[in-house]
Design a protein around this ligand. Structure first.
Ligand code: 6CS
Ligand code: FE
Length: 298
């Protein structure tokens, strides 16, 4: 007999109309005096803004190792043929490679590096597992960006994450200039959940990872939020990193410069917030996008 525990949907989305819900979860789950790599001041800033920028999370020599690994992956025909590789709609160049922490031992090491997973455990106040990892290559000469969205809106609707107890880290593997399609976040937007209008089509991920449609905020909502919160663009050298809360409204522009903006994204979810059934989608997404292995990162 299968028992399905009913999980309350705190954040309704993808119904007939767009609806805002105040955040009902802490941003920082660990207590402020939890020992760890993040200072109390930085924890307060993360709570207030929804993000934390670090000038150098990994050193230049380490970055070179990850850059070489990224090149190896994007030039490997087997990786290109793998369903975990998403290509650019126009150029057919590789746009993202998902589940890099499983495909590559080099990136697996990065995930379990104390400077990375230690921060995630401290912020989320528990053991953590990887909900999703990916490299976004953004090669240049017209690589397309990612329209405005909240990651949690998708991870709640389509992957079944119940609460906002999930944190992403974007680590720059090439220099993120102010011209080559860097990450933009609306500071403070993480405190309100914007439930989007419009049902999730079946197999939505086949399109949404190239160009998101379901889960896209309206122009009115974006205008209101951008006017209220402003927009911050993140730049930094290779090795710099941005930690950002799962519910930040964020996006990135196209990259028409010759300089690739390649980052590795790791999404840590608390083991106390393990995925259940999707809250607003007909079926689960594949495990390489929304993990169902909740084994804590050691
Ligand atoms: O659907 C997702 O899970 C992915 N989509 C975007 C645009 N950001 C988060 C994540 O990689
Ligand atoms: Fe995103």
């Amino acid at each position: 007999m299968t028992t399905t525990t009913h999980v309350t949907d705190l954040y309704p989305t993808r119904g007939a109309t767009e609806v805002a819900t105040p955040r009902q979860d802490p941003v920082v789950w660990g207590s402020p005096d939890t020992p760890g790599p993040v200072s109390a001041t930085d924890l307060q800033a993360l709570d207030r803004d929804g993000f934390l920028a670090i000038d150098q999370l990994i050193g230049p020599d380490e970055v070179a190792v990850y850059q070489r690994e990224l090149e190896r992956l994007v030039n490997d025909p087997e990786i290109r043929a793998d369903e975990r590789s998403i290509v650019e709609p126009k150029s057919k160049e590789i746009r993202s490679v998902f589940e890099v922490h499983k495909i590559s031992e080099v990136f697996a090491k990065l995930v379990s590096d104390e400077r990375v997973v230690g921060r995630a455990r401290q912020i989320l106040g528990s053991d953590v597992y990887v909900h999703q990892s990916r490299i976004n290559v953004k090669p240049g000469f017209g690589a397309s960006g990612f329209y405005w969205h909240s990651d949690f809106e998708t991870w709640h609707a389509e992957d079944g994450l119940p609460n906002m107890r999930t944190i992403s880290v974007s680590i720059a593997l090439t220099e993120n200039y102010d011209t080559n399609g860097g990450l933009m976040i609306m500071p403070g937007s993480h405190k309100t959940f914007l439930g989007c209008a419009g049902e999730t089509p079946k197999d939505n991920y086949k399109k949404s990872l190239q160009m998101q449609d379901a889960g896209t905020p309206s122009d009115e909502a974006l205008t209101r939020m951008a006017s209220e919160y402003g927009i911050k663009l993140f730049t930094g050298k290779a090795g710099s990193a941005t930690w950002f809360d799962c519910n930040c409204m964020h996006g990135s522009g196209d990259n028409i410069t010759p300089f690739p903006r390649s980052n590795v994204f790791i999404v840590f979810n608390s083991v106390e917030n393990a995925a259940v059934e999707p809250f607003a989608a007909p079926v689960r997404r594949p495990e390489f996008i929304g993990a169902r292995d909740f084994t804590p990162v050691r």
